[in-house]
Write a protein that binds this ligand. Sequence first.
Ligand code: MCA
Ligand code: AMP
Length: 515
Amino acid sequence: MNNHNLFAALRAAFPADLEQVAIDTADAPPGQIFTPLRYTWGDLERGTAMLANLIDSLALPPDSRIAVQVDKSVEALMLYLAVLRAGHVYLPLNTAYQAGEVEYFIGNAEPAMVVCAGRNFGWVSRIAFLAGTQQVFTLDDDRSGTLLDRAAFQGTTHEPAPRRAGDLAAIVYTSGTTGRSKGAMLTHGNLLSNARALHDFWAWQRGDVLVHALPIFHVHGLFVACHGALLNASRMIWFARFDPRAVVQRLGEATVFMGVPTMYVRMLAEAGLTRQACGHMRLFISGSAPLLIETFRRWQERTGHTILERYGMSETVMLTSNPYRPESARRGGTVGTPLPGVGVRVHDEKGHALQAGEIGGIEVKGPNVFKGYWRMPEKTADEFTTDLWFKTGDVGRIEADGFVTIVGRSKDLIISGGYNVYPAEIESCINELPGVAESAVVGVPHPDLGEVGVAVVVARPGTALDGAQLAAALKSRIAHFKVPKRVFVAAELPRNAMGKVQKNLLREQHKDLFA
Ligand code: MCA
Ligand code: AMP
């Protein structure tokens, strides 16, 4: 039987000379002096083997979830690869998530092993042990922590665990428009088929060097960027944090950059971003949020490069992409055409197919589409059509020549700097605060983050509320990027005749707040 373990495919792509540099670190952990580190392919091979051997030594049940909430480091990437190698299921968690959020993910996924930052060990281990997790390790971004202490004693060779294409490789939590987050189950086959499709479509080539400045707890930075470089045996210039000036300075030795639109906006504010600085670059890719046509054009003028915009989801990895060649065929404001093997169609609310150019719900199919939501068969069934196309919740149109344009979302979702914020989750959190009767959260345009959340809150009779205090209270409960950038207190929420809150009126009212 062929081993469909994704790690085996990535490992097979390593260069023959394992002493070549695989990853260069480009910044220091906060408060520490910057000492650039170079990791060879041999280091990745041995490091992932040692970590996989450690995981094997724990004798976890098959298909164990391994939840990881750690700062970005090369060792954290090795841990991801080691989980694949050992045949278990990787569960990445945003470092911004706070105790209440982590408690939900751990309770829902029941991981056999949890890895957290040393500073969080107290509260994370309490949550994990209460949920029945036996193994809790720490990993910090300065190469310390109990995980590496234990792995240091392990052997440096390891045979990747046999996996079938349909076996789970990762669970990525994505919030829902109602209720709590859902764990999207991605298989080895989902991830590998997508990585291979992107490798060909974006014409990854010998000598490519990727500037990696995205977080590695979401699909964009972990799968699209890392798999791309690894599958091409390409060196990565590794930024633990996105610093626009530092990134621009390193473009001279790179060929590929992937970022969310906010990163492009911030790099445009750097005087060092010139044609010369980008002279060696081959490809700038944007995704996770809509790229404004203004950013697309300004980038073209400043650098001479046309950003390639693509579209994807946690549940599907990448779906569409603008063409690689010719560069002039990349159309700003569109997300390009379906990737090879991916089906994209647009249907109306009754499920009827729409004609080219007509606007409706975007539905997708392909080897990249996830297996379903973890332990939520009903939610999974709701999100698929009867002929098994996945309903993305994005609204758009497909032109006669196959180009897809996203014009909106049927899901109530705010995308802020590439992070998803679900108003329903924030509203229920606000409604639990003392003195709050009800609330509504809407997205409004923001020059840096694209879109940000704004809350309108109604107080209980006889209670006085203060917007800034409410925002401060939210900061102790939820990830800070989810906290509305402004909180207004109002006498009432606008409602239609059916009693439904008219969020469009609130959006209109606050649309120029950050103009
Ligand atoms: C940081 N803050 C934010 C955001 N980022 N607020 C709203 N939206 C954000 N995106 C807040 C912090 O909570 C903090 O608030 C303050 O801003 C400064 O934080 P800092 O860490 O300094 O922010 P930053 O380093 O400037 O981060 C901005 C960023 C980051 C680099 C643009 O947001 C980022 O890396 N975004 C990429 C997200 C991503 O990878 N998405 C891919 C998802 P306070 O001071 O109150 O604490 S995968 C996906 O979407 C699909 C599959 C796809 O198609 O790719
Ligand atoms: P996530 O839940 O983080 O996987 O976010 C997926 C969502 O991000 C998609 O359903 C889209 O709404 C949005 N998205 C990703 N890429 C793009 C893009 N290029 N343009 C517009 N929206 C995008």
